[in-house]
Design a protein around this ligand. Structure first.
Ligand SMILES: [Zn+2]
Length: 397
């Protein structure tokens, strides 16, 4: 029986995703490396895809499996992975992630969608009871008492394409903020991918500030942002207008009835250099009687994205939560700190994202040729384990 194996995945990574130069030179700054960087890096990546999430588990995987079948040159100890990730230049992995996303676009991985979107959002991982590194940020209770420490970050993802690919992450420690981290992410994404990679950027209300929206303008993307109470004048104007009017359109999306209000002639606030603001409200009636309502603002012209398209664009913001953070935490160990050192934490996050990008492009695009349904991530993980176990079976021929 033939099927996906760790070695066939490695061939896909080196030949199709063209990551051989990165695997060989991933920014290793160890002065006297005993174990080649390629061995350690691929072990971490295949370990994530096969859901071995701690350095100790990766060490055990490599020691137990046939190294050749796994695609690594030799075994090593978990302390080697700690030492390696402390000294790995995060910028090289960030560049590799961007290269893979650009290659995916060139190879038309996103072609069955009308718009390519980006979403930026924040999350936190690696909660601790005491401060142990400069990234440890206090967590307060309602009485402003410190109840622990977390490692928050902002991340950026391709959304709205049927293939959610989170490709960069920016930590923020004490004295920093999610807003600043998101601005650094956006600036880096513009610099690395060039303007006009994506059609839109979708974000939560805290990013609906003039500097952030202007940065999105410079990126050559339209921006779609939640309209919340931090913009009281626009919020009030939208409330006054939409409450006095029947919905612009009514759609049936799945089993839901969706009422939509849409108008593109609101005044920008004082510091926003837009001619007008398009505001948009949906009221989504679920079959169980529950109602979801949200207001949004955008500079997406009505002639380019109609009301229904804008509804789907707004909803694509949830992909970074669901297919990004939730998958990264529940399946790929983003919550777990393997080695409590700032650079190691960041590198581990980036390698987790790279493993997820590789897994999705391989499973959803490369393996899904023909008429069979797309395998689930769990099915692929199981097939990789079966492929590895076949290599350990005694040869009885
Ligand atoms: Zn810490």
């Amino acid at each position: 029986m033939k099927g996906p194996t760790p070695r066939s995945l490695l061939r896909y990574v080196t030949q199709h995703l063209r990551l051989e130069p990165y695997l060989k030179s991933p920014g290793d700054t160890r002065p006297h490396p005993q174990i080649p960087a390629r061995t350690l890096l691929w072990s971490l990546l295949i370990g994530r895809v096969m859901r071995e999430l701690s350095f100790h588990a990766v060490e055990q995987l490599v020691q137990t499996a046939d190294c050749r079948a796994l695609g690594v040159a030799s075994s090593f100890g978990d302390d080697t992975l700690a030492y390696f990730t402390e000294r790995l230049d995060a910028g090289v992995t960030r560049a590799a992630l961007v290269d893979v996303i650009r290659l995916a676009k060139r190879n038309k991985a996103f072609d069955n969608c009308r718009f390519i979107g980006l979403a930026i959002d924040g999350t936190a991982a690696g909660r601790r009871s005491k401060r142990d590194c400069p990234l440890c940020r206090p967590i307060y209770n309602a009485k402003k008492k410190v109840i622990g420490y977390g490692h928050p970050c902002a991340a950026i993802s391709v959304v709205g394409t049927g293939l959610s690919l989170t490709f960069d992450v920016e930590p923020y420690g004490p004295g920093d903020s999610e807003y600043s981290a998101a601005q650094r992410l956006l600036a880096r994404a513009i610099q690395a991918r060039g303007a006009r990679f994506a059609d839109y950027l979708v974000v939560d209300g805290e990013f609906a500030t003039a500097p952030f929206l202007h940065a999105a303008d410079r990126a050559g993307t339209f921006v779609v942002a939640r309209l919340k109470d931090n913009l009281p004048e626009l919020k009030a104007a939208v409330e006054k207008r939409f409450c006095s009017q029947p919905p612009t359109r009514i759609y049936h999306v799945g089993k839901d009835r969706v009422e939509v209000w849409d108008a593109d002639d609101f005044d920008p606030w004082e510091t926003l250099r837009w001619q007008t603001v398009r505001a948009f409200r949906y009221r989504q009636h679920k079959p169980d009687g529950s109602i979801i309502q949200a207001d949004w603002l955008t500079n997406f012209p009505t002639r380019k994205a109609g009301t229904l398209a804008l509804f789907h664009i707004a909803k694509s913001r949830w992909e970074i939560e669901n297919q990004g953070f939730n998958d990264a935490k529940n399946r790929y160990g983003l919550e777990h700190i393997c080695h409590h050192q700032p650079n190691s934490i960041l590198v581990n996050w980036l390698l987790t994202l790279l493993a997820m990008v590789i897994e999705r492009l391989y499973r959803i695009r490369y393996l899904h040729r023909g008429t069979h349904p797309v395998r689930s991530a769990s099915q692929l993980c199981l097939l990789l384990w079966l492929g590895l176990s076949r290599s350990l079976a005694p040869d009885t021929s």
